[in-house]
Design a binder for this molecule. Structure first.
Ligand code: NSS
Length: 434
């Protein structure tokens, strides 16, 4: 038997037509006409038609292929021929065909409802659509890592089991931790802040957890969080890192995933706009004015929800920042604007086309007393944050950081309408299986 060849090679490689190959994969579709079975086999790289002729491989096999369920695993060898009627223009005429793992009545046939499909997610993830999205996500993760490595940032590994809130107590997940209660991390930020005193520029990729009470198109209970923190960086310095990172990731996806984007019917023009930095910046004040001008009922001081963000994104054809939020709607750790202490030096990056927030970041309060006051003001107990306050006691420095929601970015880049498809096994309220 020859060596295993990927299906994309069989479809694309020059000089392979007329030669004999062996492939392996899963049955994607099949039909039996006369004494021939036309079996479309997929592997991780593509789909190709394999022809099984009863005169060559026996009536028994062709009969079995007539009854077999989709997704059975198979091995096949044969000569590659040009075949304009086959998808991809080539097919394999089998001289060897083996059913490795049988499949009876594959439970996804098309047309099922969303809750049923989510119950069968372990099988549904084989679909072409979810596979293409996962390939884009792979590039997003790879490009994020590349960006940080190339620019001299240290990758670190913060804990997931934590003792206190970063982003508000309402979305904490408690877990039994020996004889205490711990919480699943909402953000690595406080730990990254501790690490900048030795490494200066750090980043991490971890899961973050949010016990979001309501089910929305853009909230998961467990998501992948790409976070960075740097000593000496002010807000504007960190915003430049964010726009460079996002444009780098988009560039890499456009270089590597055109096939996926085409399959997903993504209009890539708007992605191309995102290659060019700087991204537009507006202040919260201006955002409120724009919204009021469009008849949205919102007051200065209100938080911007998904609906408000959607309206704002219509004003831009590339990602853009909103900065300088009222301190009441932002977390305790944000530094206040010295020119207007009602405002926090926070920034959000919003993706266009209705997608909204993808990144949240800020300059951090570096002064011990001010930070303690903010912790109390927001209703937390400063004793829970003693270690964090220590960071302001021993060599405090100006510093800033951000967190990027990986699935939010994948959602926008792939143009999908629900965050659940940006992660293989989505977790949200009411869903923990499979
Ligand atoms: O709450 S954030 O806006 N900010 C933080 O957690 C900071 N402590 C990060 C930091 O500065 N190191 O969350 C950051 C991003 C946000 O912009 C979203 O893109 C994403 O994390 N995010 C989520 N994605 C999916 N599902 C949920 N529930 C979710 N919550 C936030």
């Amino acid at each position: 038997m020859s060596e295993w060849v990927s299906i994309s090679r069989v479809l694309k490689a020059e000089g392979i037509v007329g030669g004999r190959v062996c492939i392996r994969g899963w049955i994607y579709r099949r039909s039996v006409v006369g004494g021939k079975a036309f079996v479309r086999v997929r592997d991780s790289t593509g789909v190709i038609q394999v022809v099984v002729d009863k005169n060559r491989l026996g009536t028994g096999l062709v009969k079995r292929l007539k009854d077999i369920g989709l997704e059975a695993s198979v091995k096949a060898c044969g000569v590659v021929v040009e075949q304009p009627r086959a998808p991809g223009g080539r097919e394999v005429v089998a001289d060897y065909f083996e059913i490795v793992g049988d499949s009876r009545d594959f439970p996804i046939k098309g047309g099922e409802g969303i809750d049923y499909l989510l119950d069968k997610r372990h099988l549904w993830i084989r679909s072409r659509r979810l596979t293409e999205i996962m390939k884009v996500k792979h590039t997003v993760l790879k490009a994020g890592r590349e960006y940080f490595i190339r620019n001299g940032w240290w990758e670190v590994t913060p804990p997931i089991l934590t003792a206190s809130a970063v982003e508000g107590g309402a979305t904490l997940f408690p877990v039994k931790y020996f004889d205490k209660t711990a919480y699943l991390s909402q953000s690595a930020q406080l730990y990254l802040e501790a690490l900048i005193y030795s490494l200066e520029k750090v980043w991490s990729l971890t899961t973050s957890f949010r016990a979001e009470k309501s089910r929305t198109r853009r909230h998961l209970a467990e998501y992948w969080h790409l976070e960075a923190e740097a000593a000496w960086y002010h807000m504007e310095d960190m915003m430049r890192v964010v726009e460079e990172l996002v444009s780098y990731i988009v560039r890499r996806v456009l270089e590597e995933n055109m096939e996926q984007l085409e399959f997903l019917k993504r209009d890539t023009r708007i992605l191309e706009n995102a290659l060019e930095t700087p991204y537009p910046r507006i202040r919260y004040d201006e955002a409120i004015e724009i919204l009021q001008g469009k008849g949205v009922s919102i007051e200065w001081g209100d938080d911007l929800g998904a609906d408000e963000e959607r309206v704002l994104t219509m004003e831009f054809d590339k990602p853009f920042f909103i900065t300088h939020f009222p301190k009441e709607i932002k977390s305790f750790y944000m530094k206040l604007d010295k020119d207007d202490p009602r405002l926090a030096l926070g920034f959000d990056l919003l993706a266009p086309e209705g997608y909204g927030e993808v990144v949240g970041g800020s300059e951090r309060e570096e002064d011990l007393e001010k930070l303690r006051d903010r912790i109390i003001e927001q209703g937390y107990d400063p004793r829970d944050y003693e270690w964090y306050l220590d960071l302001r006691r021993y060599g405090s420095v100006p510093h800033s950081g951000f967190g990027l929601g990986v699935e939010r970015l994948v959602m926008w880049i792939t143009g999908i309408d629900h965050i659940r498809d940006a992660i293989p096994f989505p977790r949200f309220r009411g869903r923990i299986y499979p």
